[in-house]
Design a protein around this ligand. Sequence first.
Ligand code: COS
Length: 383
Amino acid sequence: MIRDEEILEQLLDSIRRFVRERLIPLEEQVADEDRVPDDVISEMKELGLYGLSIPEEYGGLGLTMEEEVLAAFEVGKTAPAFRSAFGTNNGIGSQGIILDGTDEQKQRYLPRLATGEIVASFCLTEPDSGSDAASLRTSARKDGDEYILNGTKRWITNAPSADVFTVMARTNPEEKGARGISAFVVDRDTPGVSLGAPYKKMGQHGAPVCDVIFDDARVPAANLIGGQEGTGFKTAMKVLDKGRLHISAVCVGVAERLIEEAMHFALERKQFGQRIADFQLIQALLADSRAECYAARSMILETARLRDQRPDVSEQAACCKMFASEMVGRVADRAVQIHGGAGYMREYAVERLYRDVRLFRIYEGTTQIQQLVIARNMIRNAE
Ligand code: COS
């Protein structure tokens, strides 16, 4: 759903300009230094990027899902590390509070998340619990009007810069599965919360990732999301349904950028006496990329419109995540191939983007988990 075409176009236009004029020229620097400069972060806050999908009543732009994916198509056209800086505030870091939080929790956190005054991240994965999220072991034991958290959360995006965490922990040790899990909002400065060293990654340099460790961390009972025990796994799954759709849209943005880079190179590069764009085998690589990217874009828009009508789009969001993340992997591979030897060199953006996009098939649920979600829904509907 698009609320006002003109206002949305202004926003998309300002994002387009910011990406083209400010972010793309900084890509190499960010990759080399492994951090997004502070002045860029400030400009992102001024543009409203930290509050894109936080409701207007809490100071965000309150984008609908359709508007959000249109914004993500544009943001995706630069290094994914830039999106990651504000991605968790709009997505997995804040959505638990937005979808299931109490009014008091919303009032306390959302206005500051919307401006970027504070940064949120999402703590689900653990050393022994990745795809099997319901087996998580971080515990939250009730003690008076507090919960005592113990456990380690692994590979948490934006944790090094986070002020607040959405944490899934087991409140009922008797219940080993999903029903024993609750969700909490935990402030970074809570005694007993500490961070591991930042990980060195294959790509997406500038998007910091580390472990978050809870060692007898006392969290007020008022921070239990929704004030209800046992519903944390469902909160996490709902958050991921939306997150997967958003990530799919970012994949399309990166794919469009890769196609642009490959097209540009194919028009410039000459071999056998002519530009390589005129060779049919190069044209096949370009055309396959364009068609697949267009298919992903179309299914994402369709799913986003559906989600604006009803929240339960797990199956469709999983289809989008699976197709778009695999698609951008193939597009990146073809873009490197079109570049030939140049595509293997650091000075060309496709080399870096090729490594960056590999993560899309893994985080917020691997391709294999998306297959499970899709097939389980199909079976449930057919039974
Ligand atoms: N929305 C709401 N509720 C959901 C849901 C969704 N999308 N998906 C599952 N649930 C509910 C189920 O209805 C079930 O509720 P009941 O106990 O009331 O029946 C409960 O949650 C447990 O669901 P299920 O039995 O399907 O859980 P499984 O342990 O089989 O796990 C998968 C389901 C594998 C899909 C889940 O663990 C998953 O998504 N794993 C990947 C985790 C991930 O993406 N990690 C990335 C880290 S974040 S970067």
